[in-house]
Design a protein around this ligand. Structure first.
Ligand code: GRF
Length: 203
């Protein structure tokens, strides 16, 4: 099966790039139908442009009316007939207008091992806490921020002497591999959410 993705970004788009590369390399049976950014002028939009993918950019003025912007986002994804919404460094709250229309079909990437270190500063919070192990989580997003069913996690050790920049580099390297791999499990129809709200991955 090939799944149609709508990707939400706010910045550099290195995870968007990893997804596009995995598609081009036949490692991910998907297509990116549209990229929406919460900020204009970010390099993630250039990456999509170069790949010939349609883009839409919103800005701070749009987010003054969260309901209206989220309805626009939903409409764009519906027009492009996307199967899954992929959040890749999207730094705004995704509204119920989108979450309810794509129930258990919104995927988020978090740079820590949830439920530890939720929120916008997962890498820095883990580093400051002095934990020896942090990591990356891919999960379905729902109305409770960073609390949706977990699909995949991978641990990243914090070594003696690692700077926060070192840790960021390690986390991003794992993200760029784990996110496309996890989306491929979804494309293969192997990911389901049970009545207990836990994710099962069939072989
Ligand atoms: C990633 O670390 C992601 O986990 C976090 O924001 C970052 C996005 O980076 N939520 P990029 O825009 O994909 O380069």
């Amino acid at each position: 099966m090939t799944i149609k993705l709508g990707v939400l970004i706010s910045g550099g788009g290195s995870n968007l790039q990893a997804i596009m590369d995995a598609i081009a390399g036949d490692e991910l049976d998907a297509s990116v139908e549209v990229v929406i950014s919460s900020r204009p002028g970010v390099s993630g939009l250039d990456r999509a442009d170069r790949a010939g993918i349609p883009t839409v950019a919103f800005g701070p003025d749009d987010y003054r009316d969260p309901e209206a912007v989220n309805l626009k986002i939903r409409r764009i994804f519906e027009e492009h007939r996307v199967d899954y919404v992929v959040m890749a460094g999207y730094m705004r709250m995704l509204g119920v207008e989108v979450l309810r229309a794509f129930s258990d079909r919104v995927v988020n990437l978090h740079p820590a091992l949830l439920p530890s270190f939720p929120g916008a500063h997962g890498i820095a919070d883990a580093y400051e806490a002095g934990v020896k192990l942090t990591g990356v989580t891919v999960h379905f997003a729902n109305e409770l921020y960073d609390e949706g069913p977990i699909i995949a996690q991978e641990a990243v050790p914090i070594a003696e002497g690692d700077s926060i920049a070192d840790l960021e580099a390690k986390i991003h390297a794992v993200e760029h591999r784990l996110y496309p791999q996890t989306l491929q499990l979804i494309a293969q129809g192997r990911v389901s959410v049970g009545a207990d709200r836990k994710v099962r991955i069939s072989s």
